[in-house]
Write a protein that binds this ligand. Structure first.
Ligand code: BGC
Length: 430
């Protein structure tokens, strides 16, 4: 059997994805989430509006809890929106190296902040996980994603947990918590002050994935406590989208995760999972005699395959120590690996474009080319994926969805968006 037929028989068929229909489904789920109806999209109000004054020339402490690293910094923003970032600290995100207790988790955060804590009364805290935000910008963790293992923190208020530990160390602080996509949106707004954008979107495709956009409170009908004349940023939690069909490979991979059946969309497009899907494709292909006997033996000895190695190989930039460069892979085997795994990345690009289009359309703006929608994109998977001409493919697919509808948008990149956006939020509040 050839690689293409094998993929199709197992439900991985990039051309068959009905882009327009899936986009409509995405928007349907967004609307249901805003109305509090059953939906796989949480559509979480951030209680952050984008037009508040941001204090300039005032340093603010920023904490950035991402999927891989925990980082802290001191950030100052000048009158033109330009951010200066100093005192960068970095350590692995607590809970990425085995299970932790809540106590140990908050302890690690507070200890980590000690070198910079004296700088400001407010902490802008970028928290890259699904959390319900309170009107005072504390955050109750709904569930972990990205395979973090600190179960006892689920359901607790992250800001209060941190504040308690800081108080024990003699520091009384206010924490303003926001999702990293909300921060990315704010960083785009801050960097783009000079341009007449009509609306803002923040999108991340890294270890995980998610989207934020600005919505009218009047459309957030699941809440009755909002001022209906105002707007605020919505954290879509787009990684949770479930109305998309998993292939047999996605299902096999999902079955091995801590949160099987959840975050189906994230598990199809983000960096934490692409290598793992590819590995499932290769293991299944090995069983179906798509490789030489020697290559099959090699694949069977692996216990995992990293996204970085698979992408470097399929993207034609493998280092000499890349797992596919060993002798047991013949030229034909190597071609087969590319034919089998490139579609994993191509599919991620198509789904990413549909996700982006949904948020852009949901802003209701971009109808005047003089006032495009500003989409600030962050994340290593988006910028670094080599396979399937990833970034260009996303852009072509996006244009194919939005150009016929006459929607103008700009994709922009602001380095260190989550950190800058968290600073903006801290400086708006304090
Ligand atoms: C989380 C989101 C986050 C995204 C990008 C996802 O796993 O659920 O809250 O924004 O990753 O970091």
């Amino acid at each position: 059997m050839d690689a293409g037929t094998f993929l199709k028989e197992n439900g991985l068929d990039v051309e068959k994805i009905d882009r327009v229909a899936l986009l409509a489904t995405f928007i349907e789920e967004m609307d249901a989430g805003l109305a509090g109806k059953h939906s796989s999209l949480m559509m979480i109000p951030s209680f952050i509006t984008i037009d508040k004054r941001v204090k300039t020339h005032t340093p603010v402490v920023v904490l950035d809890a991402g999927g891989t690293n925990l980082r802290a910094a001191v950030v100052t923003i000048d009158g033109s929106g330009k951010a200066s970032i100093g005192s960068f600290l970095k350590r692995p995100m607590p809970g990425t190296r085995g299970e932790l207790s809540a106590e140990a988790f908050y302890d690690a955060f507070a200890d980590f902040l000690m070198p910079v804590i004296a700088t400001s009364e407010t902490i802008g805290f970028c928290f890259s996980y699904p959390a319900e935000i309170t009107p005072t910008c504390d955050a109750k963790l709904i569930c972990w994603t990205k395979q973090i293992e600190v179960p006892s923190v689920v359901g607790t208020l992250i800001g209060s947990g941190l504040q308690d530990q800081l108080a024990k160390r003699g520091f009384k602080r206010k924490a303003v918590i926001l999702n990293d996509t909300v921060a990315t949106l704010l960083a785009g707004k801050s960097a783009g002050v000079a341009k007449a954008y009509s609306a803002y979107v923040g999108f991340i495709l890294g270890t995980g994935t998610n989207t934020a956009y600005v919505e009218h409170n009047a459309n957030i009908t699941k809440r009755s406590d909002l001022n209906s004349r105002e707007s605020q940023v919505i954290n879509v939690e787009s990684g949770g989208f479930s109305r998309v069909t998993q292939s047999a490979f996605d299902q096999a991979m999902d079955a091995q995760t801590h949160d099987c059946g959840h975050y189906v969309f994230e598990k199809m497009i983000s960096g934490a999972y692409l290598g793992r899907i590819g590995f499932e494709v290769l293991k299944a292909a090995a069983k179906n005699n798509l490789f030489s006997a020697a290559a099959v033996v090699t694949i069977q000895t692996w216990d995992k395959l990293s996204n970085m190695d698979l992408d470097a190989f399929c993207g034609d930039k493998p280092q000499a120590n890349n797992p596919f460069m060993v002798e047991s892979f013949s030229v034909a085997d190597r071609n087969t690996v590319k034919q089998l795994c490139t579609p994993v990345y191509a599919r991620a690009a198509v789904l990413t474009a549909i996700n982006l289009a949904s948020a852009i359309l949901k802003t209701g703006e971009g109808k005047d080319p003089q006032h495009p929608v500003c989409v600030n994109v962050d994340g290593s998977t988006y910028y670094k994926t080599l396979t399937a001409d990833f970034q260009n493919r996303v852009q072509h697919e996006l244009a194919a969805l939005l150009k016929p509808r006459g929607i103008a948008y700009d994709l922009i990149k602001v380095d260190e968006s989550p950190v800058i956006g968290a600073a903006v939020a801290g400086l708006m509040a304090g």
